[in-house]
Ligand binder design. Structure first.
Ligand code: COA
Length: 180
C-alpha cells in the first residue's frame, strides 16, 4: 500500500506517477535547460517511457499536475535517508517556471510529509549557481546549513576530467517547521 495520498492545492494536484505520464515527462526532461544542474543528460522518448514505468512503481517520485488540464508539469523526488531524514528534489517544466507552481506544490507536499509521515528532517542539495533552486528552498524556510567546495561532479570536460562543483546543503527540522 502506498504511503502517499493525493494532495490538492489551489491550482495543482500532487499524485503518484502513472505509465501514461511519459509524454509529459519527455516534454520537460528532454529540455537541456531543465536538466542543466541534474546528474543526468536530457531524456530520449524511450528513456521517458522507461522512466514513467519506473516512477509509477516508485514511492520516491511524485508528480505535480495542473488541476485544470491534468498535465504533469514537474515532480518531486523524496528519498529516505538515515535517522528519519528525507532528501527533497524537484524538477519542473521550464514553460511553467516563475508562476509559483513549485512553491505552491512544495509547501503542500512538506505539510503532508511532516503531518502524515512524521518526517523529522528534510534536506536538499543544490549547486550555488542554481539560484532558482536555492531561492525556492529559502521560500520554503529551509536553512542553508553547509557549503561544500568542489565535492561532486556530474559531467566531464573534453579532456575527460571531472567538472567539480560546489554544493549548498539545506535543511529543515520538523520542530522548526511547526514553530513558524
Ligand atoms: C528549481 C525550480 C523548480 C524553481 O522554479 P521557479 O519557477 O523559480 O519556482 P516557483 O514555481 O515557486 O516560482 C516562483 C516565482 O514565481 C513568481 N510567481 C508568479 N506568479 C506567482 C503566483 N501566483 N504565486 C506565487 N509566485 C508567483 C514568484 O514571485 C517567484 O519569482 P521570483 O523568483 O522572481 O521571486 C525550477 O527552476 C526548475 O525546475 N529547475 C530545473 C531543475 C532543477 O534545477 N532542480 C533543482 C536541482 S537542485
Amino acid at each position: 500500500m502506498s504511503i502517499f495520498k493525493e494532495i490538492e492545492t489551489k491550482r495543482l494536484i500532487i499524485r503518484r506517477f502513472r505509465e501514461e505520464d511519459w509524454k509529459d515527462i519527455y516534454e520537460y526532461l528532454s529540455d537541456e535547460k531543465v536538466v542543466y544542474y541534474e546528474p543526468y543528460e536530457a531524456f530520449t522518448v524511450q528513456e521517458s517511457k522507461e522512466e514513467a514505468i519506473s516512477r509509477a512503481g516508485s514511492e520516491e517520485f511524485i508528480a505535480v499536475c495542473l488541476k485544470e488540464t491534468g498535465k504533469v508539469i514537474g515532480n518531486f523526488y523524496f528519498g529516505k535517508r538515515e535517522y528519519d531524514t528525507y532528501e527533497l528534489g524537484y524538477v519542473f517544466n521550464s514553460s511553467y517556471w516563475h508562476k509559483g507552481y513549485a512553491t505552491e506544490s512544495a509547501k503542500a507536499f512538506m505539510n503532508f510529509v511532516f503531518k502524515e509521515l512524521k518526517v523529522r528532517r528534510i534536506i536538499a542539495m543544490c549547486n550555488p549557481e542554481n539560484e532558482l533552486s536555492w531561492k525556492l528552498l529559502e521560500r520554503l524556510n529551509l536553512i542553508r546549513e553547509g557549503y561544500l567546495r568542489k565535492n561532486i561532479y556530474f559531467k566531464i570536460n573534453a579532456n575527460n576530467e571531472p567538472i567539480w562543483q560546489d554544493t549548498y546543503e539545506y535543511g529543515i527540522l520538523r520542530e522548526s517547521y511547526y514553530s513558524k
